[in-house]
Design a protein around this ligand. Structure first.
Ligand code: PBG
Length: 327
């Protein structure tokens, strides 16, 4: 049989397959999301996210050390305050949970790169990502509070802020307040293309941030939409974002690809809590191979064009990369 083109020729041996590999990954692109909670001596497992914990500030070092040892030097902090109110005061309090965690982490781990999630939903009594006017989240009033929150994080030592609220104009508002206060060099990673997704379910258990009424569809995006994602990404580029994030990752890789093709900023993909929980649950049942699935999910996100991968599996992935099982 005459056949000059045989794709299998390049698949014969592992050494060869590795040589012609198109997608390569690196530990330096991993970010680990982590929950800090008020209180003392707390390291409590999140029931819907086996293997993930809420740490009080005095116990954070346990996890931060393990991360550094694994070669993951970037964390994204989420705060769980003791009290919540209508206007999410804890989000921008000078001694709020994230602000104190930042000061502590900054002092103890000077080499860690500290990113913070900037949002109101963990801090508001109603669980929405902004302040309410009747039952509607008031965009422009929320901007002011988000900007204050971002500034308070940076003042407490954050290297980068990541607004996740999906209000219009928040990147510009945050850029403006940071610049005005002399933080012109602090980058903003915008959750620019964030869908209203049921994949956030376990996170909301972890942070106690499920909305008390309604849903987030009046600010997070409708998952039927692709072009709108591009619109959001381009708007945030205009407003001064430094990195554009697409979230969730796994079911949204078409959007990751298109955003990566259309903008010239680094792209991040966030593999969210529901993705993590599904892998954990199925692996526990013995229905999938956890390690192989983690690697395949990560590789597909990078293949789709992400430069940065935010994942609860960051430590595991770093280990797999070290062992040459992926990357
Ligand atoms: C805050 C925020 C959420 C997540 C990241 N930042 C929850 C939400 O929007 O409801 C989800 C992360 C995850 O599911 O892992 N707005």
């Amino acid at each position: 049989m005459e056949m000059t083109k045989r794709p299998r020729r390049l698949r014969g041996k592992d050494t060869l397959r590795r040589m012609v590999r198109e997608t390569r990954m690196d530990k330096s692109s991993l970010i680990y999301p982590m929950f800090v909670v008020e209180g003392k001596d707390i390291r409590e497992e999140i029931p819907s996210m086996e293997g993930q914990y809420r740490y009080s500030i005095d116990r954070m070092d346990y996890e931060l050390e393990r991360l550094q040892k694994a070669g993951v030097d970037k964390v994204m902090l989420f705060g769980i305050p003791a009290v919540k109110d209508e206007v999410g005061s804890g989000a921008y309090a000078e001694n709020g949970i994230v602000q104190r965690a930042l000061r502590e982490a900054r002092a103890q781990f000077p080499d860690l790169y500290l990113i913070t999630d900037v949002c109101m939903c963990e801090y508001t009594s109603h669980g929405h990502c902004g302040v309410l006017c009747d039952h509607y989240v008031d965009n422009d009033k929320t901007l002011e509070l988000l900007a204050r929150t971002a500034l308070s994080h940076v003042e407490a030592g954050a290297d980068m802020v990541a607004p996740s609220d999906m209000m219009d104009g928040r990147v510009a508002a945050i850029r403006q307040i940071l610049d005005k206060n002399g933080y012109v060099e602090t980058p903003i990673m915008s959750y620019a293309v964030k869908y209203a997704s049921s994949f956030y379910g376990p996170f909301r258990d972890a942070a106690g941030s499920a909305p008390a009424f309604g849903d987030r569809k009046s600010y997070q995006m409708d998952y039927h939409n692709r072009r709108e994602g591009i619109k959001e990404a381009l708007l945030d580029v205009e407003e001064g974002a430094d990195i554009i994030m697409v979230k969730p990752a796994m079911s949204y890789l078409d959007v990751v690809r298109e955003v990566a093709d259309r903008i010239s900023l680094p792209v991040a993909a966030y593999s969210v809590s529901g993705e993590y929980a599904m892998v954990k649950a199925a692996a526990k049942m013995g229905w999938i191979d956890e390690e192989k699935i983690i690697c395949e999910m990560a590789a597909s996100a990078y293949r789709a064009g992400t430069d940065i991968y935010i994942t609860y599996f960051a430590k595991e992935l770093a280990g797999f990369m070290d062992e040459g099982r992926i990357g």
